[in-house]
Design a binder for this molecule. Sequence first.
Ligand code: ADP
Ligand code: ZN
Ligand code: ZN
Length: 689
Amino acid sequence: MSAPSSPRHQTLLAVAVETPQHAGLGGTLDYLSEQSLSPGTLVRVPLGKRELPGIVWERADGPTTDAQALKPIRQALTALPPLPAAWRQLLGFAAAYYQRNLGELALAVLPPELRKLDATQLDRRLKRLPKTVAGLASTAATAPRAALTKDQSTAVDEIGRVGAGTCLLHGVTGSGKTEVYMEAAARVLDQGRQVLVLVPEINLTPQLEASFAARFTGRRIASQHSGMTPAQRLSHWLAAHLGEADLVLGTRLAVFAPMPRLGLIVVDEEHDPSFKQQEGARYSARDLAVYRGKLEGVTVVLGSATPSLESWHRAQRGQYTLLPMPERIGQGVLPSLKVVDMTNQPRANVGSGDALSQPLVHALRERLARGEQSLLLLNRRGYAPVLQCTACGWKSACPHCSAWRVFHKADRTLRCHHCGLAERVPRACPDCGNLDIHATGRGTERLEEQLTELLPGARIARIDADSTRLKGSLEAQLAAVHDGDVDVLVGTQMIAKGHDFRRMTLVAAVSPDNALYSSDFRAPERLFALLMQAAGRAGRDAAMGARSEMWVQTWNPRHPLFAALARHDYAAFAASQLKDREAAGLPPFAHLALLRAEAKDAAVAQRFLHAAAEAAAALPQSASVMIYPPVPPAVSRVADVERVQMLLESASRTALQHLLAALQPQLHQLRSSHRGLARWAIDVDPLAI
Ligand code: ADP
Ligand code: ZN
Ligand code: ZN
């Protein structure tokens, strides 16, 4: 297979190769080739002792760095059409913006199967493709279509008119956003173009796929998400790239799907944090979608009932076209808010603060008597967040993390939610032998147990990451709720999204206060989105909408967040948050990057970041960038690795970008002089600081 090195290899090619970020290699490597290959061509090249996949890239003019050592490429996979210029530009931008090695990112976003193929194997795959493509065509029975409401048709018309721009579709839950996406998509498909739809979570893709399949019978619908088999991911990706798929639906990684006839991008639930990749190249698929829209001259629709403050701010300033849909479809009304002031509740009933108050229990009993459903939201799984010895004060700390291990009663384990360590619950205190170990606080398991006592005979179900570990179990549990086999559903935020429960007339947030005083500046925004989202589960049925209620148990009943929630007033909430953000110099008024470092010894990570801070401050690009001292994050040790982070902040995105670009090479050098440093990474536009 290896081609002999000979004078025939004349053409100099720049190739993006997957080199590890920390190898410090820059954009591309030079190789020789017999034929001149157009940029975007997939190749296989030697690197050291290995043979790796690569992508031919635009080569800047000028001499190669090391003409003597140049090697010929091994293979060109010319059967695959080159990855288009727009795709290369998107990857070039993403790599530069998120401070990653180009080759690493460009190869990482290709289907893993594709990276393994040689020319012969690729030919074989392409021969089989027509069969795959035929299978992508939707055979679903066409769903009957309702006439669009006035708001919907205005939104669809606007989307058609905007051209190369971004729309923010701000529609309350149940306002019919999906219908708008589909109608806008239909118009683009009718012009012979492709549509890309991004959703935050795998769990939400089947529902969306079903809606699109029923709307677009005969159209070829491809998917891209991590739940697919490697073979499926490759064939669907090939269908997108070859223009053989009309629609591509997927999670954040789908933003990189090459689509030669792209005509529209939709980002559903655009505020969702899962659009931000949290390891490796920490890109935001939402932000890249907006960039890609500009690049390819197509409309981008961002949809949400509770937009991110970044998107909302841009819409307020006219950078995005705001498309409001304030009304629910049909007679559906949004539930009214009941705030339980926990400071007024009898102490005995309130317990550790996460218990159910009398008025809420009463309201649950009413629902039961009427045969209606209730949903209780508690964002903490397990039975209790910590076990404690009443005699000596021992607590169930994780030996490997700076966190408590959570008590799971169902399987009698103590489990660390950070490193995964699970052990049987000790019978007695490991330190003093005392038999009286106390479960402090409350998780979903304990809430479920308490409900069983308070509501005898009620059918209670729990949905969280523990109850849905087995494949298909989430679907089965949701189906039971839909079929009316459940009276009270307990769960984490997992259940707040996307599901449409007809007989649900009460939704309660049992213990939402943590988010109000969190050190995470986005916590209130998330809580508001979660509660609006959860409230959207109730009152969908017109007949029952009138008595639907959203309950909140809080020790801070006068918090402005609840006042805005009571009026379902996202705009008021956003305005007050934006004021706070502006005063505090936080996004969207400032731009942030985190430099993270990890080591077994926290002092090593600290020293590395201090050296980085000095190096950054010495750069001329640091003039308008604030460099904060390194600090440990909230959970500083995970699996025996200590983490430290340093914040960089600037009012100018460009200034921050220039500093990061200048700092990068220095960080690679600094690393070698800091023995024991496990790794470092830059997180641009971090979700939390
Ligand atoms: P959202 O995504 O905004 O929460 P959905 O798209 O789920 O709202 O729509 C809510 C419900 O209203 C769905 O059952 C949908 O089928 C229905 N619906 C949407 N548009 C219309 C319409 N124009 N006429 C009647 N029903 C509609
Ligand atoms: Zn003890
Ligand atoms: Zn741990």
